[in-house]
Design a protein around this ligand. Sequence first.
Ligand code: NDP
Length: 333
Amino acid sequence: MRWALIGASRIASSYMIDAIRAQDGAGIQSVLSSSSERGAAFAREHDIPESFTDLDAQLADDTVDAVYISTTNEKHYPQALAAIEAGKHVLCEKPLAMTLDDAARMVRLAAEKGVVFATNHHLRNAGSHLAIRGLIEDGRIGEVLSARVFHAVNLPEHLRGWRINDAAAGGGVIPDITVHDADTVRFHLGEDPIEVVAKAGTSGMGQGVEDSVMSVWSMPSGAMVQAHESFTHQFAGTGIEIHGSKGSVFARNVMTQEPVGQIRIVTAEGERNVPFDGHNLYHRSLGLFTGAVAGNGRPSADGVDGVKSLAVALAVREAAQSGKAVRVDYGGF
Ligand code: NDP
């Protein structure tokens, strides 16, 4: 399978080029950048044969089967539409788009054209999260009553660009991290939030965008979810807790790109640590995407998952701005 990278980004350099090349027979043919110098340097550094500044020229290459889109958030929509129109399979970064309508259009067009479309929500690929979901599915904690996600991090210095100061590029902690938490909670609970309330603000880093948010979501089963995302917490650590009628799961340091963390389950029988697999999250995601293109199975998070995580994040933002409870609009999905 031959890939084209749309975006000379950090996530491509740090994780995705390696994950693509870890798949049997996969190769990367080209990279797109808005700067010819940066594109050429990126191509050289990563041993990629070609770099482009023109998307149509890049997509005209018939040897390319799939694209990975990791530009800033406002570019995902037009670039994904062009790639789908060109008949390419698409793995797109989160958030899929700036609006729900745009995200829904991307997913519908991909279905119409018969290409695989997936969202790069990495967390549901983690051994830790697969183990937690296994515990829930096996009934080990009974009926889920509530969940708490804490995902307040200290945004590394090198990521303090458009994320903290450019609303037009999709900056802010809600499009950056709340989407991941929405996807992870949907993955664990197997249901979609109905309504949210939220407070958001800046706590020292955001310039014109929120850098911190807390929200509460109600779920169809009656379960309640509490979520906290921030860019400004140096020592908070991340995690997720899921509390059920027969037990509770406590997972620490698992809202991360690395296969790390600890999971503990507490029930009437006592308390124990839960082991989990330490595979690379992005390798698994790429493996499932590659399988889906070959007609086997589905991507770990497909386009509808991307639409739904965006829908929750947009509802959280609207609730924080309006001070009112907001019903989540899934755009018909
Ligand atoms: P970067 O800031 O590294 O890259 C985004 C764009 O910024 C690039 O496409 C590039 O534009 C431009 N850019 C990169 N380096 C420079 C530079 N030195 N000077 C000027 N412009 C530059 O973004 P991230 O990699 O952090 O994020 C990209 C996307 O991936 C986002 O949508 C984000 O939400 C998502 N993401 C997802 C993660 C996940 O685990 N699923 C983790 C991290 C990010 P050009 O291509 O035109 O050269």
